[in-house]
Design a protein around this ligand. Sequence first.
Ligand SMILES: Nc1ncnc2c1ncn2[C@@H]1O[C@H](COP(=O)(O)OP(=O)(O)OP(=O)(O)O)[C@@H](O)[C@H]1O
Length: 284
Amino acid sequence: MVLFSIMATAELTRPAAPSEDPKQPVVVFENVSISFDRNEVLRDISFKVMPGESRIVLGPAGCGKSVLLKLANGLLRPDSGRIFVFGNEIDVMPEEELFKLRDRIGMVFQEGALFDSMTVRDNVAYRLIEEHASAEDINRRVLEVLRFVELEHTIDKYPSELSGGMRRRVAIARAIVSKPDLLLYDSPTGGLDPITSTTIIELVVKQRDVSHTSSLLVTHRLQDAFTMATHYFDQQQNKMVPLPDGQLDPQTSFLMLHDRKLVFDGTTEELVHSTDPFIKDYLE
Ligand SMILES: Nc1ncnc2c1ncn2[C@@H]1O[C@H](COP(=O)(O)OP(=O)(O)OP(=O)(O)O)[C@@H](O)[C@H]1O
């Protein structure tokens, strides 16, 4: 296993997105539990996401990582506990208010989940159309995000004409089109080969370092997680590069779920040095 040196400097700390109060958590889970048909999936989960932070959610298959993301955008409601997003308690929020709140949240679903019958343009524009943005604004913004994910040339194609990696890029473009303050990524590299996965993580890191958007990212690939923790996006070189001197990104940290509970909440350094037998086993 690779061990990393502690980030000694504060200058790599990213600022909060301009619309955010840097001291107010973007997401707070307080003692959240949820069951389906008496099958308890999450028990007493508490954690925070601060502005500009990327929190990577790890854990074995079926441990509730997707459920946690769905709780964070109000698609599921907890049985007990409280969830705050942008300071609003969402577990008691009426559906129409949740709808408005979700305008500030971008979600990249498992497998991308694009609309197959729509072109790339319409997939990406979907949310802006729902928000009744003007045709001119929609065009401009769709082109802007497709350029960001380097897929401008696919604008008139259908998802079936794209590779798996391209479809994920479109899914990311669709999630960021309305400039969200929180991004929820559900296994953005799931089912992709390692090389394509790295290009998707490079895009996630680019989004993180260019827009400073807070995020929760579920992944099955430890490699993705450690790439995010050890790299940054260099805008001059227009590529992702390792942080100097083996440093770690101070705003990328980890949550680990196991057997319904949150068994880890901490930094990369703390994770790799954990003496917990389950975590050691998981990392190996
Ligand atoms: N809407 C639902 N109704 C009933 N059970 C559900 C529902 N959503 C999730 N579950 C159950 O909750 C558990 C956790 O599911 P979840 O998809 O969150 O796991 P995960 O950690 O994301 O898994 P994976 O790593 O395989 O993607 C599973 O047992 C699943 O069957």
